[in-house]
Structures are given as structure tokens and as C-alpha cells.
Design a protein around this ligand. Structure first.
Ligand code: DI6
Ligand code: FE
Length: 428
């Protein structure tokens, strides 16, 4: 566990006397008792037992921080959110508690489409401010990377405004944002009865979104109240033509064999998956696609059909977890709560759950530079008031995050700005 690179005179921090959960290697926590970790610039330069900390590794002006036994882990990654939208759906929540189903509300023109109306009516600043507040709630729990989907604008103009708000978050907050274009989330009212024409429009505006630097990946909602596999495939073809990776909201409410379709396009992840078939599991394994489980939506929609965790585990499909934060099916703003829910509801082990918001979440975003504490990885770190990482999945409604380092700079508070302006090139 060594490997300082030859990078010159960049600012260093030496974290000493920490319990490290490195997640290095294919399984296990990778625990190092009384460990040390050296960051240089935006990256991890060295990690290992404190007693083996090499002298002369850090620059003379390095900040030295004694963590006195606190737990140090990779920063957390929320790899599936819909953070940018207007309004809320608390009234719909009440309707569902009185017996209306999510599908019934959607078919009656509520659901996603009511959020679309509120999103279109919101100003750019309102979209940004609402999303920033939600992002900071996630960041307070040690989140350093967030994926944000569009999908509540549903026109070229409004989808672009939502993706631009997501990009602005990355400029103004100390967090990495990956954007996903989800025009194929629901049918907007002006295209009622013309789903194929709407899909043509979605495919048509992807190129301009990409040219504007607004999109890192493409997603769709393939389900009875979403789009058909054929329509989904057309979106995937358009993404492939542009060289954009795909992912899919698959088998959430029904089995459309969407996961197998997505796997044929080399999808980064398939998400939800309660109704995933054995064929879908096999296709995901072959393609190396991550299974993104979303316990917040399962819980909030009071679903009873469990995702096939044993089959995914048996096939060696990497499992990730995310909040799926959105106003309709998962208004959750705690990734730590998802750890607990994934264990209690889906029977993941605490280690599987934690890998799901670190290593496997990074993979679901196609990011190879984060998710573990290994030399060369980004210095995205979280310090916890905990003795063992399993405690992060055990307690709920409790936030033990004490400090966060983002790309080699400590945030002033866990959700706050960087302690000082970044050096050019040090941050994404
Ligand atoms: N599945 C979901 O759970 C979210 N989107 C999707 O395709 C829900 C979005 C919403 O209800 O606003
Ligand atoms: Fe979602």
C-alpha cells in the first residue's frame, strides 16, 4: 500500500491516526487500523499504516491532521438523482395514502407531468437554488459526487435549462456533478398520443445538448407508464451515434426486458430492477452493467416485489445504491438512509451497501478515479464519528459525517465551499 507518484510540489495534507476503510480489492472493507493517508494536489499520494508513513513524502508545508481514531472513507457517490425540478408532490403523497396508485395518478395527468409544469414555470435561478439546497443536504453526509438527470423539462428548451442548472451546481458547490439527459422520462402533454414523434424530438436534441457540454450520459424510462423497448432502443441508437454512454430506468413497475436491451448497448447501469428477469441478470453480467438499486423509491411507493438480490449477487453483477431523489417516488435526501434501507429491505450486507455508494457507484458513472482509497485516486474523503464503517449502515436518521475533503481541498463544513480557491487544473 504505497505508491507516491512523482508529481511535483503540490500542496499536501497528511491525515494521521485514522481508521481507514479503503475498499481496495474485490471484497472486504480494506480496514487499516491506525492508518495514515497523504494527499498531494487533487489525489491520494500514499496510504498505509501510520507507523510506516515515509518521511520526506509530504512537502514541508504539508497540513498534518490527527484524526485520533476517527473513520476515514472515500467520499460517497449518489449515482442516480433527479435533483433539478420545480414544486413538490406532497399532495400526491396524500392521495396515494388514501388509496390512489402511482400509476393511476400518472395516467390521470399528475405524477411526473405535474412536476413538468412546475419546472417549466420556474426561473433558472429557482431551479438552481432548489437543486443546490438539495445537493447540500446530500453533501452534508459526505457525498462528493452526484449524478443529476434532466427529465422534468421535456422540451429542448426546458431540458437544456435543467441540465445547465446541474452544471452550475458543479461550478458553485464543492462537488462533482455528472449529468444525464432523460428526455424520455414521460410524455409531455403537447405530444399526447404521439409518443413516437416525441422520441424523434428527444433523439434530435441530444446532439445540441452534447455540443453545449451539457450531457455525460443518456437515460430513459422503459415501463408501462414510460416508453416501450422499441422507443427506448431508438434513444439508445441516437446516444450511440454520438458516443454517449447509456443507462436505463428498467423493470421498476413491470418487466419489459429493458435491462437486457440496455445491456446490449453496454449500459453503465440499469436502475430500479424490482421486476428484473433471470435473462436480464445474465445480460447485465455479460455486459458488465451495474445494478442500481433504489430502496427509497421501493419504500415510498410501498412496493412489495423485491429486486433479485441473490441472483445479482450470485452472478457477480456489481450492485450500487442511490437516493433516486425526485419529488414523486423518492423525496429522500439521505444517502446514509439508503444504506440502512438496502440492508433492512433488500438484505444487502453493510459492506455490500457501502460498496454500492462508493466503488460500484463510481463504476455506474464510468468514473475510474474514485470510490476507493488507493494511491492515484482522487482525494475525495469523508471523516466520520464512527469506529467501524458498518455503523454507517446501522444507524438511521443520524449524520456522523464530520469533515469532507473534495479533490484535495477540505470543505469549510461537510456541505460547505472549499477552504480556498482551487489551483487551476486541480478540480474537474
Ligand atoms: N421512476 C421513478 O421512480 C422516478 N422516475 C422514474 O422513471 C419517478 C419520477 C417522478 O415520479 O417524478
Ligand atoms: Fe430515477
Amino acid at each position: 500500500m504505497s505508491g507516491a507518484g512523482p508529481t511535483a510540489d503540490r500542496r499536501c495534507t497528511v491525515w494521521r491516526h485514522a481508521r481507514l476503510a479503503t475498499l481496495a480489492g474485490p471484497s472486504g472493507w480494506g480496514l487499516v487500523e491506525d492508518g495514515a493517508l497523504v494527499t498531494r494536489g487533487a489525489h491520494i499520494a500514499w496510504i498505509g499504516p501510520d507507523a510506516q508513513l515515509p518521511s520526506g513524502l509530504a512537502t514541508p508545508d504539508a497540513h498534518e491532521q490527527d484524526l485520533r481514531g476517527a473513520l476515514l472513507t472515500p467520499g460517497l457517490i449518489d449515482a442516480h438523482t433527479h435533483l433539478v425540478y420545480g414544486g413538490d408532490r406532497a399532495g400526491e403523497f396524500e392521495l396515494r395514502l388514501q388509496g390512489a396508485t402511482y400509476e393511476e395518478i400518472a395516467r390521470a395527468g399528475g405524477g411526473i407531468r405535474s412536476t413538468v409544469a412546475a419546472t417549466r414555470a420556474a426561473s433558472d435561478d429557482e431551479l438552481f437554488t432548489g437543486a443546490a439546497q438539495r445537493a447540500q443536504a446530500l453533501m452534508a453526509e459526505g457525498v462528493t459526487t452526484i449524478e443529476i438527470k434532466s427529465g422534468y423539462g421535456l422540451s429542448e428548451l426546458h431540458e437544456g435549462r435543467c441540465l445547465a442548472a446541474a452544471r452550475r451546481l458543479a461550478r458553485e458547490l464543492a462537488v462533482t456533478v455528472r449529468t444525464t439527459s432523460l428526455g424520455a422520462h414521460a410524455l409531455p402533454p403537447e405530444y399526447a398520443g404521439r409518443a413516437d414523434a416525441y422520441i424523434d424530438a428527444v433523439c434530435g436534441w441530444l446532439g445540441a445538448q452534447q455540443a453545449a457540454g451539457l450531457v455525460d450520459a443518456v437515460d430513459a424510462f422503459c415501463d408501462t407508464i414510460g416508453f416501450t423497448p422499441e422507443q427506448t432502443q431508438r434513444v439508445f441508437e441516437a446516444a450511440r451515434a454520438l458516443g454517449l454512454p447509456v443507462k436505463l430506468h428498467a423493470e421498476q413497475l413491470s418487466n419489459q426486458e429493458g435491462a437486457a436491451l440496455a445491456a446490449r448497448y453496454g449500459a453503465l447501469s440499469c436502475d430500479h430492477l424490482e421486476h428484473l428477469s433471470d435473462a436480464g441478470v445474465a445480460a447485465m453480467r455479460t455486459a458488465g452493467t451495474v445494478a442500481m438499486l433504489l430502496p427509497g423509491a421501493f419504500y415510498f411507493l410501498r412496493e412489495t416485489k423485491l429486486p433479485p438480490v441473490a441472483a445479482l449477487r450470485g452472478a457477480g453483477v456489481p450492485i450500487a445504491l442511490a437516493t433516486d431523489h425526485n419529488p414523486g417516488s423518492s423525496p429522500a435526501l439521505s444517502l446514509l438512509l439508503m444504506l440502512n434501507m438496502a440492508c433492512t429491505l433488500f438484505r444487502l450486507t453493510p459492506e455490500e451497501a457501502f460498496r454500492g455508494v462508493t466503488v460500484h457507484a463510481a463504476r455506474a458513472l464510468g468514473l475510474a478515479d474514485r470510490g476507493t482509497l488507493v494511491p492515484g485516486q482522487r482525494a475525495d474523503l469523508a471523516v466520520w464519528d464512527a469506529e467501524h464503517p458498518r455503523e454507517l449502515a446501522y444507524r438511521f436518521g443520524h449524520n456522523p459525517c464530520r469533515r469532507v475533503m473534495f479533490g484535495g481541498f477540505e470543505r469549510l463544513t461537510p456541505s460547505g465551499p472549499r477552504e480556498r480557491a482551487p489551483e487551476a487544473g486541480a478540480l474537474p
